[in-house]
Design a protein around this ligand. Structure first.
Ligand SMILES: Nc1ncnc2c1ncn2[C@@H]1O[C@H](COP(=O)(O)OP(=O)(O)OP(=O)(O)O)[C@@H](O)[C@H]1O
Length: 235
C-alpha cells in the first residue's frame, strides 16, 4: 500500500531523516517507534506531504506521490491524526469533523457511521473543541480523519497525555479500524502497546531505521535495543 524508499528529510541545514525505507501492505498496522527526536513525526509529515523530502521516493497504491501536496493525498485516501490533535478550538466538535470531509476520498464514513463507531465524539458533537478533555479531543481528531474516507491512516502519538482508561478506549478504536480494513501507521511511545496492537514494527534511531520486523518475530529486547541504540541480544 505504501512504499518508502531511501527518504532523506531536512529542516534547512539540519537533516532529520537519513535513507529511511519501509513498506506497509494493505490491511496491516505498523508501529513506528523511537525516542524523542528520532524523526517519527517528520516521517509522518513527509508521508502526508506536509514536508517534502530532499531525496527518496514515496509510493502509494502503486503511484509515486513523493511531490504531491497534502490535499491531493487526502483525496487519494491518506489521512493523518496529528500529535496534539490540532483541532480548531472555536469550532464545535462536529464542525471540526466536517472539515475532514471537505476533500473526502470516499463516502465510506458519513457522520452517522462515525458517531456509531466513536460514541464519545457523538456525545460532544455540539461542544467547542476548546472545552473538550484530552480523550474527547482524540476521539474528535480520529473522527475528523475518518471523515475524509481514508484507506491509510497515520496516527501520531495516539496515547500521549491520556489517562490509562482513555488509552484503552483509543486502542478499542484502533482494533475497530483494523477490522474495518484500514491500513494503519501508528506512532506510539509505549512499546508494549505498539507491539500488542500492530503486525509490524519499525524503530527509528536518530533519523535512521534501526529495526524492521514483524512484531511476532521481534523480541521486546530487540526493540528496546533499537530504540536506545544499545547492543541487542542478537546483534
Ligand atoms: N520544524 C523544525 N525545524 C527544525 N528542526 C526540526 C523541526 N521539526 C523537527 N525538527 C528536528 O527533527 C528531528 C526529528 O524530530 P521529530 O519531531 O520528527 O521527532 P519525533 O521522533 O517525532 O520526536 P517526538 O517524539 O519528540 O515528537 C529532531 O531533532 C527535531 O528537533
Amino acid at each position: 500500500m505504501i512504499e518508502v524508499d531511501a527518504l532523506d528529510v531536512h529542516y534547512g541545514d539540519f537533516q532529520a531523516l537519513f535513507g529511511v525505507s519501509l513498506s506497509l501492505a494493505r490491511g496491516r498496522a505498523l508501529a513506528l517507534a523511537g525516542a524523542n527526536g528520532a524523526g517519527k513525526t517528520t516521517l509522518l509529515r513527509a508521508l502526508m506531504g506536509a514536508h517534502l523530502p530532499s531525496a527518496g521516493t514515496v509510493r502509494y497504491e502503486g503511484a509515486d506521490v513523493t511531490a504531491l501536496p497534502p490535499h491531493d493525498r487526502v483525496r487519494r485516501g491518506i489521512a493523518m491524526v496529528p500529535e496534539g490533535r490540532r483541532l480548531f478550538p472555536s469550532l464545535t466538535a462536529e464542525e471540526n469533523i466536517k472539515v475532514g470531509a471537505v476533500r473526502a476520498a470516499s463516502p465510506d464514513w458519513p457522520l452517522a457511521r462515525i458517531y456509531d463507531f466513536l460514541p464519545l465524539a457523538a456525545t460532544v458533537r455540539d461542544r467547542r473543541a476548546s472545552a473538550l478533555s484530552g480523550g474527547e479531543r482524540q476521539a474528535v481528531a480520529i473522527a475528523r480523519a475518518l471523515a475524509s474516507g481514508p484507506r491509510l491512516l497515520l496516527l501520531d502519538e495516539i496515547s500521549l497525555g491520556l489517562a490509562p482508561g482513555v488509552v484503552e478506549q483509543v486502542y478499542e478504536v484502533v482494533r475497530g479500524l483494523r477490522e474495518s480494513g484500514a491500513t494503519l501507521l501508528i506512532v506510539e511511545q509505549d512499546l508494549d502497546r505498539a507491539l500488542g496492537a500492530c503486525d509490524d514494527v519499525v524503530c527509528l534511531l536518530e533519523g535512521r531505521v534501526a529495526l524492521t520486523s514483524e512484531t511476532a518475530a521481534a523480541s521486546r529486547e530487540d526493540v528496546v535495543a533499537a530504540y536506545f541504540g544499545t547492543e541487542g541480544p542478537h546483534s
